[in-house]
Design a binder for this molecule. Structure first.
Ligand code: AMP
Length: 212
């Protein structure tokens, strides 16, 4: 019953790896970013409130994220294990997660900052299935549409340059301290997240081999 957290800055490739790894492990991919974007699309009151923060590139308040996370964890598939992507984002969230479900491993995605900015600004995403493309390194087969379901790709509002800058600052100030937090608990495994998604997937498999 693996419970794994993928930790890393925005643009590190967590979402792409999480989609693949979740399938390999047979556990659900739980992305709080995806769940929040779903609420925004559904125009729930939580979604409307969260959207103000998301568009600015700031963290959504912990209590809203926790509500959405609790809801997701109560679904039966989460009993098989979980792959968390984008949660926790600060120490208070890590403590909350420990209370909700014990975490076995935290994989930290190591990547130079200039690569992140390039990846985020070239990113186009399928609003239906969440698959990410990069116009330079991983373009869709047909321009502008998702390979998997033919949906028209969109660019996330928070991938605009000003929001990207804020998200990177927020990562350094609030999320990066979690590296030390999990290192002290002996649960942290760093991997090199540069290179192609396939290279990173291989490093991820090696890091997890025999230890989940
Ligand atoms: P992501 O898709 O993980 O990059 O998340 C996109 C945006 O959703 C972030 O910039 C935050 O505004 C919000 N968000 C996602 N996960 C969290 C979280 N765990 N805590 C607070 N805000 C979050």
């Amino acid at each position: 019953m693996p419970r794994i957290v993928l930790l890393g800055p925005p643009g590190a490739g967590k979402g792409t790896q999480a989609q693949w790894l979740a399938k390999d492990l047979g556990v659900p991919h739980i992305s709080t970013g995806d769940l929040l974007r779903e609420s925004v699309r559904a125009q729930t009151s939580l979604g409307d409130e969260a959207n103000v923060y998301i568009r600015a590139g700031r963290l959504v308040p912990d209590d809203l994220v926790l509500r959405i996370l609790r809801d997701r964890l109560s679904r039966p598939d989460a009993a098989k294990g979980c792959l968390f992507d984008g949660y926790p984002r600060n120490v208070a969230q890590a403590d909350e997660l420990d209370r909700l479900t014990p975490i076995d491993r935290v994989i930290a995605f190591d990547i130079p900052e200039n690569v992140l900015v390039e990846r985020l600004t070239q990113r186009w995403t399928c609003p239906k299935c969440g698959t990410s493309y990069n116009l330079v390194t991983r373009p869709p087969k047909a321009p502008g549409v998702c390979d998997r379901d033919g949906t028209t790709l969109t660019q996330r509002a928070d991938d605009a340059p000003a929001a990207v800058r804020t998200r990177l600052t927020v990562y350094h100030e609030q999320t990066a301290p979690l590296l030390e937090h999990y290192r002290r608990l002996g649960r942290l495994t760093p991997i090199d997240a540069s290179g192609t998604p396939e290279q990173v997937a291989q490093r991820l498999r090696t890091a997890l081999e025999g230890r989940t």
